[in-house]
Design a protein around this ligand. Sequence first.
Ligand code: 9D3
Length: 258
Amino acid sequence: MNEPHERLGSDKDRSRERVPPERPMRIDILTIFPEMFETTLSTSIPGRAREFGAVEYQVHDIRRWADNKHRKVDDRPFGGGPGMVLMCQPLMDCVEAVEAMDDRTATRILLTPQGERLEQARVNDLATTERLLLIAGHYEGIDERVIDELAPLQVSIGDFVVSGGELPAMLLVDAIVRLQPSVLGHELSAAEDSFSVTDESGRPLLDCPHYTRPRAWRGREVPEVLLGGDHAAIEQWRLQQRVDRTRVKRPDLEQRDP
Ligand code: 9D3
């Protein structure tokens, strides 16, 4: 019962018995709107991951590191123009203080429209790191010199504009923590997602359609093959659906390097 090999548990044991990991992944988030993160990080998969001990979040208000009594962290841009620019000092002091709160080296990530577009391969890679420090801007920009100094990985969530880096940061956290071992109830769910199932060349395929009761709804029938119980035929049909849908909806996925 208490043999060392049983207490430690293999990875296989972890997925079945949902044993928490040795040390939670640590995610620090730096923002001027810490309250935006409260419900997201305590609900659904990100909340379960925290309760389960797979991850620890700490949200830090950059304003706390302002060196003036007005808590001012931004200023007007040199050269003129609209909007405000996040100053170097509060952000640098915040990063240094937060990084000193843990002995692990943090992978620094700045959420910015100028970043590399986020893809599953990058998410998978980040999910294996033990500590992340996310910086969410909410400005026309951040003083370029502090970006040069921090040399963060720069990540965009896509070619559209949102009003700040906070929602992109939450989206990145969600994508990462759902990959932590034992976080999803069904280990297979993550493995069977769109972008995890690939064709024979390793290119990602979209998901297949899903159906539940009733068998007929408003004159629409569930595909016959799903009702027959021939599991090989069902798997073949699902794969064909994935291939066909990918070709029609996302021809770009077929073209890219596996
Ligand atoms: C024309 C100048 N705009 C750049 C596209 C200014 C600007 C708009 C929006 C500067 C910052 C923002 C706030 N957005 C983010 O911080 C952000 C973001 C985004 O807007 N789209 C996709 N990914 C991201 S990650 C951070």
